[in-house]
Design a protein around this ligand. Structure first.
Ligand code: NAP
Length: 303
């Protein structure tokens, strides 16, 4: 956090302690903020409580006295459900940093929900996965009223490397639109990585030969090396960005594309590959597991 920020934000409620929410809550604690946490599966609050957070039994308890409420849940339906459960504890005018990745239409519906329960909405989806989240190095994409930006600054500074403001009206969904564009790139690059490795394997080409050939050139990409490492090293658990979550995002992207009259054949194909491996018990593995969609059978974990 910027030490020079004169700010009255002291208490942050974090609703959702999955891969991303737990890491964000830890960085809020490290920044010296009072953190109140809630998660549907209460077992996930234990490690945060040990690190100094107040573990709340309900969303309403978590948001009591909070200056900022941060949601990092699976999707818009979960966000709506949890914010409604929190409503009784909300102090009118509390700022809501909504970081869950949602669809273009969800942004407007969540802004309406914010008005209903007395929250000031800032949409704040993030780019970056488990490791940048743990390091407080996420790229925050934010939209919201200038009047509340000082209030959210200590929170966004704690979780991210920088914040890109896309607009002043959270209801317009400008941050969500940019986030979906970013994720269409993530999904395309991850899918391409899996297909390249499957093709190399089928043709008897050593994957390392390919990686060495492109090293340092225009075709090289740290993301490719990261996801290829997970596939080749068979380290798809624990996920950084799970198959089911990236499939949810692929569907949000396809819905937005269809509504705006464009075809995204590559995203549709990537979604179909994620669906196939999810059906084979790989839904909680890293999205790089879509590699296995290239083979007719695989040794999925069957979870
Ligand atoms: P995750 O590990 O699966 O966590 C999902 C969270 O949502 C968990 O706390 C889960 O609770 C909660 N949840 C799901 N359905 C719920 C419901 N109906 N009611 C209450 N809580 C519910 O997912 P994640 O990777 O942290 O992702 C969280 C969000 O961030 C998603 O929108 C994702 O698209 C976005 N995102 C992810 C990444 C990434 O790389 N992982 C990067 C940027 C953005 P339980 O623990 O009880 O299941």
């Amino acid at each position: 956090m910027n030490e020079t920020t004169k700010n009255t934000t002291r208490t942050v409620a974090v609703l959702g302690l999955g891969i991303m929410g737990a890491a964000m809550a830890r960085n809020l604690l490290r920044a010296g903020l009072d953190v109140r946490v809630w998660n549907r599966d209460p077992a996930k609050t234990g490690p945060l409580a040990e690190a100094g957070a107040h573990a709340a039994a309900t969303p309403a308890e978590a948001v009591e006295g909070a200056d900022v409420v941060l949601t990092m849940l699976y999707d818009a339906a979960a966000v709506t459900e949890v914010i409604r459960q929190a409503a009784a504890g909300i102090r009118p005018g509390t700022v809501w940093v909504q970081s869950t990745t949602v669809g273009v239409h969800d942004a407007g519906a969540l802004a309406e929900l914010a008005r209903e329960v007395g929250l000031e909405l800032v949409e704040a989806p993030v780019s970056g996965t488990r490791e940048p989240a743990e390091a407080g190095q996420l790229l925050v994409i934010a939209a919201g009223a200038p009047a509340v930006r000082d209030t959210v600054a200590p929170v966004l500074d704690a979780i991210g490397a920088r914040t890109t403001w896309t607009g002043e009206d959270a209801a317009a969904g400008t941050a969500t639109r940019l986030k979906l564009v970013v994720n269409s790139w993530v999904i395309a690059a991850s899918n391409a990585t899996g297909e390249i490795l499957a093709l190399a394997g089928a043709l008897g080409v050593e994957p390392q030969q390919f990686l060495d050939l492109i090293e340092g050139g225009g075709l090289d990409l740290p993301f490719l090396r990261g996801k290829a490492g997970l596939i080749l090293g068979d380290t798809l658990d624990p996920a950084s960005f799970a198959v089911d979550t990236s499939l949810k995002d692929a569907r949000l992207i396809l819905a937005a594309a269809e509504e705006h009259g464009i075809r995204l054949d590559g995203t549709a194909a990537a979604a179909a590959r994620l669906e196939r491996v999810a059906a084979r018990g790989r839904s909680k593995q890293d999205m790089a597991a879509a590699y296995y969609a290239s083979t007719p059978e695989d040794g999925g974990s069957g979870d």
